[in-house]
Design a protein around this ligand. Structure first.
Ligand SMILES: Nc1ncnc2c1ncn2[C@@H]1O[C@H](COP(=O)(O)OP(=O)(O)O)[C@@H](O)[C@H]1O
Ligand SMILES: [Mg+2]
Length: 366
């Protein structure tokens, strides 16, 4: 496997330092730090309104931050206008030039820089090959499908060989099948070219599939920045746990400590988690549904009443109900034929898969 670029090892190629932005009273970006290695593909993942586009626009130079700095390849570009940053941008609405051909769209940035004609023609041919549109060079962009238009937009942004490519939800207008194809294709293209990229999305699957690292954003902050596997298996905060993938969340109270394990009372019984808390602490327990097994093979064992079994084709979801109102979700490959809602079953999961977080203070009512 290719080794993933890492700014801690390879040095930062892009450095965003304490980027902040307010609109009126609303603090939209709250001092964001982000370092990216050369050649790395980093996604900004978060719900609508969390500040992803604002951060991207600050890096592109389309919006001035209230504070903080942006450094790219050793240069402080904080005060530079967009066209002097060596940064390419692809937006959701492709914004192609409708009166130009495919090739003219791709070559537009080069022509504007007075690149010699032959150089432009060669570069455009290379890029159209790369995005699989060589046979459409002389077509008008008007008749192209959404996927083809987005390929043209990517080729056009790559033509001036930017140091950094920024993509803001570029596939959100495409249907699911095409989106999945484009995700794989864009990754291949950027690896071929070696371009460093920041990719904005609110789609967790897209971020998991494409990224070297994911920055999970919430309310103008990065909550968790890590490789996709760590984001999924070891989410740093309950927000990340909820936003990426399915999970069960249980309220709990720490009863006691046993060496480096906390014993946590929940509606389903007492669970062990690796953590250090004072007895009496309120905590949140998180468990991924596919980490829970039927039977008693793991140390965290519960007996719970099956409320519902949902067949999903390649797998099934089982919902268990506690004596109170808490529910627990289990994902299995097949449901044993003998079980039915109402039955009490043993389920179990490993201590390592029992995620634990301090309870968050109740949200202030606005
Ligand atoms: N020009 C603006 N004026 C006022 N508010 C803005 C402006 N641009 C963005 N916002 C607000 O900032 C917040 C973050 O927006 P944005 O960065 O576009 O979020 P995202 O891309 O994550 O959906 C939102 O609440 C949005 O309404
Ligand atoms: Mg946005």
């Amino acid at each position: 496997m290719r080794s993933v670029p890492d700014p801690r090892r390879d040095g930062a190629f892009l450095d965003i330092l304490a980027a902040g932005k307010s609109f009126g009273d609303a603090r939209v970006l709250d001092g964001v730090d982000l370092s990216i290695a050369r050649g790395e593909f980093v996604s900004l993942l978060g719900p609508s309104g969390c500040g992803k586009t604002t951060l991207l626009r600050i890096v592109a130079g389309l919006l001035a931050a209230d504070g903080g700095r942006v450094r790219l390849d050793g240069d402080d570009i904080t005060a530079r206008p967009p066209h002097k940053r060596d940064v390419g941008v692809v937006f959701q609405n492709y914004a192609l030039f409708p009166h130009l051909t495919v090739a003219e769209n791709v070559g537009f940035g080069l022509a504007a820089r007075r690149t010699p004609k032959e150089t432009t023609a060669r570069k455009v041919r290379e890029l159209l090959d790369l995005v699989g549109l060589a046979h459409m060079a002389d077509r008008s962009v008007r008749g192209l499908s959404g996927g083809q238009q987005q390929r043209v937009a990517v080729a056009r942004a790559l033509a001036p060989e930017p140091k950094l490519l920024l993509l803001d939800e570029p596939f959100s207008a495409l249907d699911r099948k095409l989106r999945e194809t484009m995700q794989i294709e864009l990754r291949r293209i950027l690896r071929d070219v070696g371009t460093t990229a920041i990719f904005v999305t609110h789609d967790q699957d897209e971020a998991l599939v494409m990224s070297d690292r994911i920055a999970v954003m919430n309310r103008g902050r990065i909550e968790h920045l890590d490789v996709p596997q760590a984001i999924y298996h070891r989410p740093a905060t309950p927000f990340t746990l909820d936003f990426v993938g399915l999970s069960t969340r249980l309220d709990g109270t720490v009863e006691a400590m046993d060496a480096d394990h906390a014993l946590v009372a929940t509606a389903f019984g007492t669970l062990r988690a690796r953590a250090s808390y004072r007895p009496g602490s309120k905590v949140t327990i998180g468990i991924r549904p596919e980490r829970i097994a039927l039977g008693t093979k793991h140390p965290n064992r519960l007996r719970a009443r099956l409320a519902d079994a949902i067949f999903q084709g390649s797998r099934a979801q089982l919902h268990f109900q506690s004596k109170g109102s808490d529910r627990m979700m289990v994902e299995t490959l097949d449901v044993p034929a003998a079980i039915a809602p109402g039955h009490e079953l043993d389920i179990s999961f490993a201590v390592e898969d029992t995620l634990i977080y301090p309870s968050e203070p109740a949200e202030a009512v606005a």
